[in-house]
Design a protein around this ligand. Structure first.
Ligand code: PEP
Length: 251
């Protein structure tokens, strides 16, 4: 991990409830986690109450959304706009998670639009990118990732990465218990940083690149020792407060 402040984010997906929110708020309050940005992304129905609880407790936890619409308002049943997220004080949002790309057909262009929409409301987008096992076997990892990043650079400009975060999430490592090795992750993180550096070295050096894919309390420390890994996006282990706190402490 280099000198950038680490960011550890939990993606609860369609899991969690009020009891888990209360547990996270209470246990984080009693802990001494500092010098790390902690973001928890519950399902949208819980965003407002979670945000209220962490604010009332002056908690280290920041609340993030898992998705947002690329549209600002209108007849888009079931969608949530940046204005709505801003109104309740949400400051992070995950965009382009592999489940959104594979199950909901989100293209790199749509994800880039969502990234742009979030930034326009001063919400920090966490841009997910990563290859499938088949793509890795076909040696397409760098092409896939460059394509996802270039879609954002084309639409929003390289400067947009001053206010965004990237999460490298190999699809084969998500929810499988089979994390990338620290070396495998570092190789891709380094590629991402050097790809951005072709546009702007300063922006590349300043962007936080998280690793996601079966991160847990046991493998986090080794991953965080890598030069270009600046934190983690955590699924399963982010639902168990002790595991998630341990990952935060390792950062
Ligand atoms: C994720 O869904 O973004 C994720 C990384 O999940 P897990 O940690 O469970 O692999």
């Amino acid at each position: 991990m280099n000198q950038l402040k680490p960011l550890i984010a939990a993606n609860w997906k369609m899991n969690g409830n009020n009891a888990l929110i209360a547990e996270f708020t209470t246990k984080f309050n009693a802990s001494v986690i500092k010098d790390v940005d902690v973001v928890v992304c519950p399902a949208s129905v819980y965003l407002e109450s979670f945000k209220r609880q962490v604010s009332a407790n002056n908690s280290v936890i920041q609340v993030g959304a898992q998705n947002l619409s690329d549209k600002l308002s209108g007849a888009f049943t079931g969608e949530i706009s940046t204005e709505m997220l801003s109104e309740i004080g949400i400051d992070h949002v995950i965009v382009g998670h592999s489940e959104r790309r594979s199950l909901f057909g989100e293209t790199p262009e749509l994800v880039a639009k969502k990234y742009q929409t979030a930034l326009a409301s001063n919400i920090t987008p966490i841009l997910c990118t990563g290859e499938s096992e088949q793509q890795r076997d076909a040696k397409e990892t760098f092409t896939i990732i460059a394509n996802d990043i270039d879609a954002v650079v084309d639409l929003c400009g390289i400067e947009s990465f001053k206010n965004g975060v990237i999460a490298y999430e190999p699809v084969w490592a998500i929810g499988t218990g089979k994390s990338a090795t620290p070396d495998q992750a570092q190789e891709v993180h380094q590629f991402i940083r050097s790809h951005l550096a072709k546009h702007d070295e300063e922006v590349a050096a300043g962007v936080r690149i998280l690793y996601g894919g079966s991160v847990n309390e046991k493998n986090a420390a080794e991953l965080f020792k890598q030069q270009d890994i600046n934190g983690a996006l955590v699924g399963g282990a982010g639902l168990v407060v002790e595991k998630f706190m341990s990952i935060c402490q390792n950062a």
